[in-house]
Design a binder for this molecule. Structure first.
Ligand code: FIX
Ligand code: ZN
Length: 435
């Protein structure tokens, strides 16, 4: 036993600041992650899988940043091939400027983790490296480097490329799980109604008559096929509930009954302003402060439904914590998109720990390109370790020192356990046998 610890029944208590911080960093650095929201796909989805340096550099976060510094018109950028775009992004953000933004630093973290030159003049070495990788072992290596045990995809029941896999005979890689995305139904009801009619469902634009039952029948089929862990939707900053629109009717008459019937949580991702600058395409979405009350009302009216919620605006974060204190059927998750920056992750996580203890999901990656898992989780782990260590230090000042076992329990809850419990997934075999 060192002088920095005192034995207790739960293991040594960490009474010395430096040792405490060292152990927190070690535990948080190694805790397995259940990545509850990504845009990645299981290997069986073939071409939908994005990987490699060209995909990393043409991530929409970096495309938006490139337009701020490169002398290029939207038209000529979109006319370029993917590798020409990647070359331009690299030259602009990594050679001509210093890659200090979070998304640019992320690429540096990825290159560094594979031992590649992070300050190269061009992409020759990186391209050769990714070309040589065997897809299956590369996937295993990335998950290992990121410390991710499980990945939740974003699955669109209207996407024909996905449908071919779901409708096929083979299973999918067990490390990947489905999430049934409802954006089509809830953000483009007219388009979805037409698509459903084309598939033989008796629906109408006014969401009347047989419509709700027919859409539920459609969802039942997809739930049977995908076995999703939850249903999810991204919502605009002006989302309201109740509201006199098709979206609200579909939520009340289709989504909530489906959630009850299948015991499926409903994830709300609120505050995106799609197409603020359409010329930027996928990079053109913005953010707006949204109504947390709309989510509160959904939670209050549907006590039997479990909701997951994340808001895109920094200004909504405190209110979300307060709502979660009022509604045990509300689980806040992640630091989404424009919030996924160390300064804001730390602020939000501190706020959540102070108001909710460890009863939230600390982070999701939102990765679109496989190797992003490495940087997103490495950077987020660093933030969580700092913030948790600060909390434990304050606890120490108040008279209670934590044990390493308690730190492990907290990290496991924040990265894995809270989400697993919410979606009814059994804990991993190892921790089950430890109980
Ligand atoms: O709606 C979403 O799931 C968003 O995360 C994406 O649409 C967004 O483009 C993104 O990649 C953010 O990280
Ligand atoms: Zn997303």
């Amino acid at each position: 036993m060192t002088s920095s610890v005192i034995e207790s029944r739960g293991g040594p208590r960490l009474t010395e600041r430096e040792e405490l911080r060292r152990q927190v960093s070690e535990v948080v650095g190694a805790a397995p992650v259940f990545d509850m929201h990504t845009h990645l796909f299981a290997p069986e989805f073939g071409g939908l899988n994005l990987s490699g340096i060209d995909e990393l550099l043409t991530y929409h976060y970096l495309v938006a940043e490139t337009f701020r510094s490169a002398e290029v018109s939207y038209e000529s950028f979109w006319r370029m091939s993917k590798s020409e775009q990647a070359d331009l992004v690299w030259r602009t953000l990594f050679v001509e400027h210093t890659p200090v933004s979070e998304a640019a630093r992320g690429v540096v973290t990825v290159l560094d983790s594979f031992g590649l030159d992070t300050a190269a003049e061009d992409l020759k070495e990186a391209r050769a490296f990714f070309r040589e990788q065997d897809a299956a072992s590369h996937l295993g290596r990335v998950l290992e480097l990121a410390g991710v045990s499980d990945v939740v995809m974003t699955n669109d029941p209207f996407d024909a490329r996905e449908a071919r896999v779901w409708e096929g005979d083979g299973g999918i890689d067990r490390r990947f799980h489905a999430a049934l995305r409802m954006d089509g139904l809830l953000n483009d009801w007219e388009g979805s109604a037409a698509a459903l009619q084309a598939r033989g469902y008796e629906v109408d634009r006014g969401v009347s008559g047989k419509t709700a039952g027919e859409v539920r029948r459609f969802l039942d089929v997809w739930i049977e096929r995908m076995r999703p862990l939850y249903m999810a939707v991204s919502l605009p900053d002006d989302f309201e509930h109740p509201a006199a629109d098709a979206r609200d009717r579909v939520i009340r008459e289709v989504v909530l009954p489906t959630a009850r019937a299948h015991h499926l949580p409903f994830a709300l991702m609120v505050g995106v302003r799609r197409g603020v600058n359409p010329a930027l395409r996928a990079a053109g979405d913005g953010v707006g402060r949204a109504s947390v009350r709309a989510v509160e009302r959904l939670c209050a009216e549907n006590a039997g439904v479990r909701f997951l919620a994340t808001f895109l605006s920094r200004e909504n974060q405190h209110e979300l914590c307060v709502s979660a204190r009022k509604f045990p059927n509300l689980l806040p998750f992640g630091c989404w998109w424009f919030l996924n920056n160390p300064s804001i992750i730390k602020e939000i996580t501190r706020e959540r720990l102070e108001l909710l203890g460890t009863s939230f999901v600390a982070q999701h990656s939102d990765a679109r390109v496989l190797e992003q898992l490495i940087y997103k989780w490495k950077h987020s782990r660093r933030c969580l370790a700092d913030v948790l260590a600060d909390s434990y230090e304050r606890l120490l000042e108040s008279g209670r020192a934590v044990t390493r076992a308690e730190v492990e329990r907290d990290a496991a809850r924040l990265f894995d356990g809270n989400f697993r419990a919410w979606v009814g997934q059994a804990p991993p075999a190892e921790s089950r046998s430890n109980r």
